[in-house]
Ligand binder design. Structure first.
Ligand SMILES: [Zn+2]
Length: 315
C-alpha cells in the first residue's frame, strides 16, 4: 500500500538523517489519517455482500454423503468425468508400456474382483481397471471410474478379500464423489483469493493460494480417506467378501511400511488409525454381509509374490 511505503521511506530517512523534521511529521500524519481497509464502510458492505452470496451458494450446493457427512459439491458429474478423462489419457500415456495386458493373470484377477464389487456398487461411471507393473504398493481411482492398481500391491493384498478391500475403497471414492468435492472447494477458494486480491492485498491472496494444499488437502483428504474406508467396507461385505479381512490387509500393509511418517504431515490417515477405525466398523459390515445372503465365505487365493515394493499408501 502506498501510505505504508511512504511511512517506511520516512522512517528510513529519519534513521539516516537522525532528525525529526516537518517532512516526517507529514508522513506520520498521512499514515495515521488512513483507516485500515477493513474499517472502511464500502469494504464492509462489499465483504458482507460477498460473504452472504458465498454462504447461500455453499448452502445450495451442499449435500449429504453416503455416510451422512455434509459435503459441498458445485461441479457436475460431467465436470468430474471431463477431469477424469484428461487425467486418464495422461496416465495411460505415462504408463503405456507398463500396463499389464488383458488376460494376464494379475489383470484377470483384479478385474474379476472389481467386477464383483461393481455389480453391487450401483454407481455411475464407465469403469476401467488397469494393473501397472510397478513395485509401488498403491492404487488410485480417477473420477468417472478408472482404477489403477500397481502390481506391488498384490503381494500385500495376498487374498481376494484383501484386494477387494483396496478396490472397494477406490470405488467408494467415486461413489462419494470425493473428486467433485475437492474440485468444488478449490473453485470456492480461488474465488475467495480473487476477492482478496481485488479488494485487499494481492500479496495476501498469493499467500492464501500457496496454502491451498494445506487448507484443502490435509484435513479434507483424511476425512475422505476415512469415508472411503467405511463405505468400502460396506461394499465389500455386500459383495460377499469378508470385511474382517480388511483389518488383516492393513496389518500386512503396516508391517510392509515399517515406520510410517507422522500422521499430521500425511494426507492419509496413518495405517494405525485406519486399523482402529476399520475394526470399529467391521461388526456393521458383517451385518451387511449376512443380509446379502452370501452363498459361502469368500474364496482365498494366495497371489504370486512379485515386486519388491516401496512405502506407498493406497490412495
Ligand atoms: Zn483413498
Amino acid at each position: 500500500m502506498l501510505w505504508r511505503l511512504r511511512a517506511a521511506q520516512g522512517a528510513a530517512a529519519r534513521l539516516a538523517r537522525g532528525i525529526r523534521g516537518r517532512q516526517l511529521q507529514t508522513y506520520r500524519r498521512f499514515g495515521s489519517d488512513r483507516q485500515p481497509i477493513w474499517q472502511e464502510r464500502w469494504f464492509q458492505y462489499t465483504a458482507g455482500a460477498a460473504g452472504t452470496a458465498g454462504a447461500v451458494y455453499v448452502a445450495v450446493h451442499t449435500r449429504e454423503s453416503p455416510t451422512g457427512r455434509w459435503q459441498f459439491i458445485s461441479v457436475t458429474p460431467e465436470d468430474e468425468e471431463r477431469e477424469g478423462q484428461q487425467a486418464y489419457r495422461m496416465i495411460m500415456q505415462q504408463y503405456r508400456s507398463r500396463i499389464l495386458p488383458r488376460g494376464s493373470p494379475a489383470d484377470t484377477l483384479v478385474r474379476r474382483v472389481a467386477q464383483r464389487l461393481l455389480e453391487v456398487a450401483q454407481t455411475r461411471g464407465n469403469w476401467e481397471v488397469h494393473v501397472i507393473d510397478s513395485p509401488e504398493r498403491n492404487a488410485f481411482v480417477l473420477p468417472g471410474g478408472k482404477i489403477f492398481v500397481f502390481s506391488g500391491l498384490l503381494p500385500v493384498a495376498m487374498t481376494e478379500d484383501g484386494l477387494a478391500t483396496v478396490l472397494a475403497h477406490e470405488i467408494a471414492h467415486q461413489q462419494a464423489r470425493h473428486t467433485g468435492e475437492k474440485l468444488s472447494q478449490a473453485r470456492l477458494l480461488h474465488l475467495a483469493y480473487l476477492f482478496v486480491a481485488l479488494f485487499v492485498d494481492s500479496g495476501a491472496a498469493q499467500i492464501g493460494r500457496s496454502m491451498t494444499s494445506l487448507l484443502l488437502e490435509l484435513p479434507n483428504s483424511r476425512r475422505c480417506e476415512e469415508e472411503a474406508d467405511q463405505i468400502g467396507l460396506q461394499l465389500m461385505a455386500t459383495a460377499c467378501y469378508d470385511p474382517a479381512q480388511a483389518v488383516a490387509l492393513w496389518e500386512r500393509m503396516r508391517a510392509a511400511e515399517g515406520v510410517s511418517p507422522p500422521e499430521f504431515l500425511n494426507t492419509h490417515p496413518s495405517t494405525e488409525s485406519r486399523i482402529v477405525n476399520i475394526r470399529k466398523w467391521v461388526p456393521d459390515a458383517e451385518l451387511k454381509r449376512e443380509a446379502a445372503d452370501c452363498p459361502s465365505p469368500g474364496l482365498l487365493h494366495d497371489f504370486a509374490r512379485f515386486g519388491s515394493g516401496q512405502d506407498h499408501y493406497v490412495r
